[in-house]
Write a protein that binds this ligand. Structure first.
Ligand code: NAD
Ligand code: IPM
Ligand code: MN
Length: 343
């Protein structure tokens, strides 16, 4: 039976993860889930963020389910870099998979797309780029202060994520990959990305390709989201574009993601695209659908295809039944989804 590590984390993380666990228990009775106490509370209590011993324990699981990380009482970056990015990097989760679809019953904010018309997946590079931590500062707290933050792009890192995007596109109906970058300005990294993209594309004559600058892609994601199938892009562009994609497909409360190590050398991690939402934490009003759909991605990754399909069907029914303006209670949505998924 699958062994899953659960890192509920901060803010609404524990609230939404509790619902994902209800649903997992419903579709996969006997699943072994172990909770790990990581995040703001542990940092305040002990000063620890992610001890090596815990990292080693997490490595022994089949997958990780994560809620959200980050808290206003903790300096920026301590948890985001020290916990979340440390996990993504340590477990070489270089495919940050972020699907976006317009579910039946959900309308986009502009009313320019119909359910079913949007079904895209962003393959965001997960271990490099501006997230690599290459940089530093000089003359801190003086008028001469200098800060640098460099984008790290390796041939190995770029090629493997582009290969994953093409392989995914080859298994989808529309078979199209859009490379998003900013090759007109970021010429060093841009050249590496586009040459590698062209090389891999040449091996996949059955997959259509296009290139867009990230600013144009941000616009088209809003005005014509239906034009995308698979989008491959770097770490920061992918971060920003997937919040936009979430907004045009029903909101951040529905957006799921997988931080995947495709080789299976390390556990993959599944988490909502959203954060800890301190503005609504503790109120029981967070939408748990993103966490539940992340659990469905986890099930798919572990080969429990039928269980994943049942979760997706439960979400489809839940969203089709929603009426605008109704107050949502996190636990009630979780109960409904679990009941639906088991039936
Ligand atoms: P956020 O995603 O937490 O919140 C943005 C807005 O979306 C807020 O108004 C929030 O209430 C709303 N929202 C988010 N999830 C929702 C849900 N499930 N249901 C209903 N509304 C929801 O982003 P932020 O405010 O920029 O960041 C807050 C903290 O979370 C920061 O510390 C940030 O670093 C962290 N963060 C963590 C992750 C993660 O763990 N993967 C992702 C993004 C941000
Ligand atoms: C996300 C978040 C993270 C990211 C932060 C919290 C490190 O915004 O998962 O989208 O930028 O990847
Ligand atoms: Mn983000």
């Amino acid at each position: 039976m699958a062994r899953i590590a659960v890192v509920a984390g901060d803010g609404i993380g524990p609230e939404v993860v509790a619902q994902a666990r209800k649903v997992l228990d419903a579709v996969l009775p006997g699943v072994q889930a172990t909770e790990y106490d990581l995040g703001a509370a542990r940092w305040h209590r002990t000063g620890e963020v992610l001890p090596d011993s815990v990292l080693a324990e997490l490595a022994g699981h089949d997958a990780i389910l994560l809620g959200a990380v980050g808290d206003p009482t903790v300096p920026p970056g301590v948890l985001e870099r020290g916990l979340l990015l440390k996990l993504r990097f340590a477990f070489d989760q270089y495919v940050n998979l972020r699907p976006s679809r317009l579910w039946p019953g959900v309308t986009g904010p502009l009313g320019n797309v119909k359910p079913g018309e949007v079904d895209l997946v962003v393959v965001r590079e997960g271990t490099e780029g501006l997230y690599a931590g290459a940089g530093g500062s000089l003359h801190r707290d003086t008028p001469a202060e200098v800060a640098t933050e460099e984008s790290l792009n390796t041939r190995h890192g770029v090629e493997r994520v582009i290969r994953d995007a093409f392989a995914r596109a080859g298994r989808r109906e529309r078979r199209k990959v859009t490379l998003v970058h900013k090759t007109n300005v970021l010429t060093h990294a841009g050249s590496l990305w586009s040459r590698t993209f062209d090389e891999v594309a040449a091996e996949h004559p059955d997959v259509a390709t296009e290139y867009q600058h990230v600013d144009a892609a941000a616009m088209f994601l809003v005005t014509q989201p239906q034009r995308y199938d698979v989008v491959v892009t770097d770490n920061l562009f992918g971060d920003i574009l997937t919040d936009i994609a979430a907004a045009v497909t029903g909101g951040i409360g529905l957006a799921a993601s997988g931080c995947i190590n495709p080789e299976g050398a390390y556990p993959s991690m599944f988490e909502p695209v959203h954060g800890s939402a301190p503005d609504i934490a503790g109120q029981g009003v967070a939408d748990p659908v993103a966490a539940v759909l992340s659990a469905a991605l986890l099930l798919e990754q572990l080969g429990h295809t039928e269980a994943a399909a049942r979760v997706n069907a439960a979400v489809a029914a839940e969203l089709a039944g929603r009426t605008a303006g109704t107050v949502l209670r996190t636990a009630e949505v979780g109960d409904r989804l679990a009941a639906h998924a088991v039936a």
